[in-house]
Design a protein around this ligand. Structure first.
Ligand SMILES: [Cu+2]
Length: 105
């Protein structure tokens, strides 16, 4: 059985706090953009998708944070944040970043 998932982009070091903050919410508790499991008035979150069933798509236009760094993204469906997460690198010089961090592909 496929479960719907979402994607939230957050400040570094906040995935656990964000994931845990919505863990007890109901999937039908939606915000004004019809998104579930998105913390309300929570500054660590700077972009978030809706819960999407398998095969569905949603485009997110993200305004990158002004400060360069390694940001994080996660799924906040209860129990998912711990294994469904990754990093978003914000840099003004991709080539220099990749040269300094060859492990990143
Ligand atoms: Cu998920």
């Amino acid at each position: 059985m496929w479960l719907p998932h979402n994607t939230l982009f957050v400040r570094p070091g906040t995935p656990q706090a964000v994931g845990e903050s919505v863990r007890a919410e109901a999937p039908d508790k939606l915000d004004r953009r019809r998104r579930a499991y998105v913390p309300r008035n929570d500054p660590p979150v700077f972009a978030a998708s809706r819960l999407l069933e398998a095969g569905l798509k949603e485009a997110l236009a993200i305004e990158a944070p002004a400060q360069e760094g390694s940001y994080e993204f996660l799924c906040t469906r209860p129990g998912h944040w711990a294994i469904m997460q990754g990093r978003l690198i914000v840099t003004k010089d991709v080539d220099a970043y990749l040269k300094a961090n060859p492990e990143v592909k």
